[in-house]
Design a protein around this ligand. Structure first.
Ligand SMILES: Cc1cc2nc3c(=O)[nH]c(=O)nc-3n(C[C@H](O)[C@H](O)[C@H](O)COP(=O)(O)OP(=O)(O)OC[C@H]3O[C@@H](n4cnc5c(N)ncnc54)[C@H](O)[C@@H]3O)c2cc1C
Length: 403
């Protein structure tokens, strides 16, 4: 027997649940389908289990997209304060970890529960473990062949997300469907993802596994000053995750190990010259061990030696050229990552459906109003810091309000 609904939404993740609740409150009959066993699995895993659910300082500049203007309208119409108001209405405790970055004080489960409660109040219950085999369109409706049987709907909203973390239910279904309808899908790649290292550098950094330090890292015109974590597999932590979204295979990363000098507009060369004058009998390694964790300072000294920057026993014997080379190496240490950890651990997928073909008001495909795409499946990817969920909420609400 076939079912009917005003709207069918595929994907009961962040965007799908938000869209379902908003459409349900508007009196639409909504069927929310997902092939996974549980809804909003990524919400549960997010923010280290505490879901960084929004960022109060969200602007379009926090997103990567070939069409940077596309996100402006939706972000304006549903702001971080709108979502925060919902969080407060549900009595969820939250904390601001870094400026603007809001996390659950207790658990990501609070946001998952908020989404399920909102959907429930709006009359929508996610149908899990449901697959969609076929989508056909007529002039003003959509017919779906699913494991629940045939479904006739006025509109189809695709909220199947990106490719990151397949074990959490990620598939490329949304991209494939977009291609079936003749839409352009930009090549995808893992973003907000740790880097892997070539064996030699990996072995040199291995003794530092577990160490975190503030760095500035730059690539392709972007710089992030945040903590970096050295792991037994490579480099992670906010600085590396952020820059990974701007990195392409084969690119070099440039790392500043002492970012506070540049931040405070102090010259590192001047500081080293001063040090030579004030402590002629000491060695620069003792100074570096005061600037950085001791273990890191000693590994860096050996790393620099392999690059030909060897300092004499006494500061007094260092030439100006040697000090300049040391300052340069500390502020512009470049290396080529071997690659990234890929979709297995990436927080997001870069690329996706070309938004030039999508209405920024309704999220409908231009010329095919009954098919809509929201959330991460589109070529809009946030930086680290709660922006990706804000995009999920904003695109979902904009789409639902125009159904
Ligand atoms: C480990 C981790 C931590 C993160 N932490 C944060 C954070 O703290 N803050 C932040 O802003 N962002 C975070 N993100 C990113 C954020 O989770 C995503 O950007 C966001 O969930 C995207 O929402 P979405 O609804 O578009 O897709 P998703 O939330 O991925 O939902 C897609 C849904 O579609 C379903 N689906 C997929 N294929 C099919 C199919 N073929 N048939 C039926 N259903 C299908 C999936 O099962 C899933 O339920 C994190 C991501 C990861 C992986």
């Amino acid at each position: 027997m076939s079912k009917t609904a005003d709207v069918v939404i595929i994907g009961a993740g962040a965007a799908g649940l938000m869209c379902a609740a908003t459409a349900g409150y508007q009196g639409k009959s909504v069927l929310l389908l997902d092939h996974s066993d549980k809804p909003a699995k990524k919400v549960l895993m997010s923010g280290g289990g505490r879901c960084n659910f929004t960022n109060l300082n969200t602007t379009p500049a926090n997103f990567l997209s070939a069409n940077p203007h596309f996100c402006i309208s939706a972000l304006k119409r549903y702001t971080p304060h709108d979502f925060l108001e919902l969080v407060e209405r549900h009595g969820i405790d939250y904390v601001e970890k870094a400026p603007g970055q809001l996390f659950c004080a207790n658990s990501s489960k609070d946001i998952q529960q908020l989404l399920l409660t909102e959907a429930d109040w709006a009359g929508v219950k996610p149908q899990m473990k449901t697959s969609v085999q076929k989508v056909n369109t007529t002039a003003d409706s959509v017919q779906l062949t699913t494991s629940l049987g045939k479904i006739d709907a006025g509109a189809l909203v695709v909220a199947t997300g990106g490719l990151s973390i397949p074990t959490l239910g990620a598939t490329g279904w949304g991209y494939d469907l977009a291609k079936e309808f003749g839409l352009e899908v930009f090549p995808t790649r893992a973003g907000l993802v740790p880097f892997t290292l070539h064996p030699e550098l990996k072995a040199q950094l291995a003794p530092l596994s577990g160490l975190s330090c503030d760095v500035s890292v730059s690539c392709n015109g972007q710089t992030f000053t945040e903590p970096m974590l050295i792991t037994h597999r490579g480099l992670s932590g906010p600085a590396m995750l952020q820059i990974s979204s701007y990195w392409q295979a084969g690119d070099e990363l440039s790392l500043n190990w002492l970012p506070h000098y540049a931040l405070q507009k102090n010259s590192l060369v001047e500081a080293l010259l001063q040090l030579r004058q004030n402590h002629p009998r000491a060695h620069f390694s003792s100074w570096l061990a005061e600037q950085l964790p001791k273990r890191l300072a000693s590994v860096l000294i050996s790393l620099f030696e392999t690059q030909g920057i060897k300092l004499p026993e006494r500061n007094a014997d260092a030439s100006n050229n040697q000090l300049e080379a040391l300052a340069y190496a500390l502020e512009n240490w470049t290396f080529k990552p071997a690659g990234t950890e890929g979709y297995r651990t990436a927080e997001v997928t870069l690329g996706g459906i070309n938004t030039q073909q999508i209405s920024s008001q309704s999220f409908a495909v231009k010329g095919l109003e009954q098919i809509r795409f929201i959330g991460e499946v589109l070529d809009v990817t946030g930086q680290l810091g709660g922006y990706n969920f804000q995009w999920a909420w904003a695109s979902a609400v904009a789409c639902a309000r125009s159904l």
